[in-house]
Design a protein around this ligand. Structure first.
Ligand SMILES: *[C@@H]1O[C@H](CO)[C@@H](O)[C@H](O)[C@H]1NC(C)=O
Ligand SMILES: *[C@@H]1O[C@H](CO)[C@@H](O)[C@H](O)[C@H]1NC(C)=O
Ligand SMILES: *[C@@H]1O[C@H](CO)[C@@H](O)[C@H](O)[C@H]1NC(C)=O
Ligand SMILES: *[C@@H]1O[C@H](CO)[C@@H](O)[C@H](O)[C@H]1NC(C)=O
Ligand SMILES: *[C@@H]1O[C@H](CO)[C@@H](O)[C@H](O)[C@H]1NC(C)=O
Ligand SMILES: *[C@@H]1O[C@H](CO)[C@@H](O)[C@H](O)[C@H]1NC(C)=O
Ligand SMILES: *[C@@H]1O[C@H](CO)[C@@H](O)[C@H](O)[C@H]1NC(C)=O
Ligand SMILES: *[C@@H]1O[C@H](CO)[C@@H](O)[C@H](O)[C@H]1NC(C)=O
Length: 595
């Protein structure tokens, strides 16, 4: 939409629609101040065009959730009965009275139906309006905030209002109070050197968790072959015609380099040389190819995800983010936060990959609850389509930035010293992956784990998490939310992965490594199911916490220090360090073929 059409519409500004007479603006969301690390530098120019997304209420979400839980429970008659694009859209759609009143309100501000765009389900409405108009609509002031670390500036506020009559119809308007900076979950090699590799080259053989001999080099560096040996997946070749596919997401200008992928294949999986993934740009995302632009995260994800599962077709989505504020910008900027752009895109596809790996996250408290809740519901919708979503658990142990970090003060103004959970790993509708190291495996010390402050503990993990908490007793009481969704769910190796970057082999560590490693095992399980004429697995957790836990290798040693504490301990059964454990593909395959 051209800016001028906004102004034409505004100049015809109609009378206030009747429904809004007497409906006073009431604060919808507010935060005390911008989080630490952001500086307010000035007022947003009146003509700066904001792109704002309104999330409309979803009255049928509880039906969607009910279906999700039934279709992902192997004991339920509806197991595997995934929904179509149209069925999911119908369950996400707003009520017609919501659409009517929201349109009436938008028209009262001169925004006709032609001035807004809607998601395919109709549950998100995007407006592009000058700051001056947005300030009137939301009864607030927008300012320019600079992110001190990156130097980028964004237009934001700390509070916004809606006429009270609209509150039940609009869940949120963002980006307004959102100061999220999602991050790739990988550490570079110099961090790896501090890690606890045993470097046990003296021994001739290692025994893997399923009892087989494993190449001793796997104790120093992880390769595709090491993962297949460790996770009992040697000799399994997926079909390229079963309809199965693996998707990898990328944000933040992380580019997957095609030449590096071929170099990696030549070294690690010669059969895959010459094969390729499908690249899809969402919302202006790019995949630039200058070797200096090769992203460590993106290269790691495609080399391990697609390398492990070759010849399974692969898709790499690059979702564009918000461009920084530039003072004399006159065209509308595309300022949506990326997760919802990706979920909207995916939910509007007829066929979507059955497994998706994402290695990006941020501190849960920096994501406004309303937004985290909506995005988490979109993940439930993707699960209801029959797709397994895997997310990394974070690389800061029980905090967000590593063992010695004292930056574990919540941003709500209290001076409490608390563990900081990570989103999206804290969403109960995704499968969250922690990291291990060494053979025999122990928890990697950086591996993120803990308890959500936003989402309550889901029933599928109730008995496992209660058992862990009983063992924990009063330790750390008050530093974590015992009633919150606990994570990770599972884990996989995450230290010293051989990755090619700009033509050279490097060592990369992080839950970023563990996530595509676990996702590739899930991809092969989906392949086995599809080849047997069964449905894809979809949302994994009810199965994982059910009978599949016996097909995972329980990790019982190691811990995840952070926030100047020793963190939680891995122990027998589920723990907030390594979850239920690492995969045994052979056992899992037998299990998924029997249900
Ligand atoms: C789980 O295991 C139990 C006991 O072995 C068995 O009775 C049950 O059918 C299994 N459930 C599923 C969903 O496979
Ligand atoms: C959804 O997909 C259909 C069919 O590909 C397309 O025509 C439509 O524009 C899409 N809707 C949105 C909102 O992207
Ligand atoms: C699948 O594999 C066969 C044999 O390896 C190959 O000829 C074919 O091109 C592949 N198809 C796709 C879609 O990759
Ligand atoms: C993979 O696809 C990209 C983009 O189309 C292309 O530039 C590259 O050469 C392809 N690589 C191979 C090995 O086909
Ligand atoms: C701030 O957050 C901490 C940790 O989540 C919590 O214990 C405390 O009660 C909160 N304080 C306020 C004022 O909300
Ligand atoms: C703890 O989690 C519960 C359940 O999600 C939530 O209602 C509560 O607000 C959380 N407490 C804090 C202090 O964040
Ligand atoms: C990666 O780690 C292995 C094992 O510790 C080491 O031999 C190798 O030199 C490292 N490679 C780089 C590029 O640091
Ligand atoms: C972890 O294990 C160590 C050693 O056994 C013990 O001292 C510590 O209390 C345990 N910590 C927790 C949080 O369970």
């Amino acid at each position: 939409m051209k800016l001028s059409s906004v102004w034409v519409a505004l100049s015809l500004s109609p009378l206030l629609a009747s429904a809004f007479r007497g409906s006073q603006p009431a604060i919808k969301e507010s935060i005390r101040s911008a989080p630490q690390g952001w500086t307010r530098t000035g007022r947003a120019p009146a003509d700066h065009v904001l792109s704002l997304k309104l999330a409309l209420a979803q009255p049928k979400f509880s039906d969607l959730e009910k279906h999700l839980l039934a279709s992902s429970d192997p004991a339920h008659p509806k197991y595997g009965a995934h929904l179509s694009k149209e069925e999911v859209h119908a369950l996400l759609a707003p009520a017609s009275d919501t659409l009517d009143i929201v349109h009436e309100w938008l028209e009262s501000h001169g925004l006709g139906k032609e001035s807004v765009t809607k998601s395919a389900a109709g549950d998100w409405v995007t407006l592009r309006v000058p700051a001056k108009v947005a300030e009137e609509m939301f009864n607030t002031q927008f300012h320019i905030y600079r992110h001190d670390e990156s130097g980028d500036s964004f237009v934001r506020t700390t509070s916004y209002s809606l006429p009270s009559v609209l509150h039940p119809h609009i869940d949120l308007v963002q980006p307004t109070t959102m100061y999220t900076r999602i991050k790739p979950l990988r550490s570079t090699l110099h961090y790896s050197t501090e890690l606890e590799l045993t470097m046990d080259t003296a021994s001739d053989t290692l025994t893997g968790p399923s009892g087989n001999a494993v190449d001793p080099s796997c104790n120093n560096q992880i390769t595709l072959s090491c993962l297949k040996q460790l996770y009992n997946a040697e000799g399994y070749t997926p079909s390229n015609t079963s309809g199965n596919a693996l998707g990898i997401t990328a944000y933040l200008e992380q580019y997957a380099n095609y030449a590096d992928l071929q170099t990696f294949y030549q070294s690690q999986n010669p059969a895959a040389v010459g094969s390729n993934f499908t690249y899809v740009s969402i919302n202006g995302g790019q995949n630039l190819q200058d070797p200096s632009q090769a992203g460590v995260e993106a290269n790691l994800d495609v080399q391990y995800g697609f390398g492990m599962t070759y010849p399974t077709p692969g898709t790499f989505w690059s979702t564009g983010g918000e461009p920084p504020f530039t003072p004399d910008e006159f065209e509308p900027t595309n300022s949506n936060e990326p997760y919802s752009d990706w979920t909207d895109y995916l939910l509007n596809q007829t066929n979507i990959p059955q497994t998706v790996s994402t290695s990006y996250a941020d501190s849960e408290e920096t994501v406004p609850f309303s937004y985290a809740d909506r995005v988490c519901k979109s993940f439930a919708a993707i699960g209801a389509r029959g797709t397994s979503l895997l997310f990394g658990s974070g690389d800061g142990g029980v905090g967000i930035t590593g063992p010695a970090s004292t930056a574990c003060t919540p941003n709500n103004g209290s001076d409490a010293h608390v563990f900081l959970p990570m989103f999206p790993g804290s969403c109960p509708y995704v499968t969250t992956v922690g990291a291990t190291v060494n053979v025999p495996e122990v928890a990697a010390s950086f591996t993120g784990g803990g308890f959500s402050n936003y989402f309550a503990r889901p029933s599928y993990q109730d008995s496992d998490v209660s058992a862990y908490l009983q063992g924990l007793g009063d330790t750390y009481a008050g530093m974590y939310n015992a009633s919150g969704r606990a994570y990770p769910d599972v884990s996989a190796q995450g230290v010293n992965f051989l990755v090619y970057i700009a033509g050279k082999p490097e060592n990369v560590s992080g839950t970023s490594c563990a996530t595509p490693a676990f996702a590739s095992i899930v991809t092969m399980l989906n392949d086995a199911r599809l080849q047997a004429g069964k449905s894809s697995l979809g949302f994994l957790n009810p199965m994982l916490y059910g009978n599949a836990s016996a097909a995972l290798n329980d990790i019982t040693a190691g811990s995840n220090p952070g926030c100047a504490t020793a963190g939680f301990n891995a122990t027998t059964g589920w723990d907030p360090v390594t979850g239920l454990g690492t995969p045994d593909f052979g056992k899992l395959k037998d299990l998924v073929l029997s249900s």
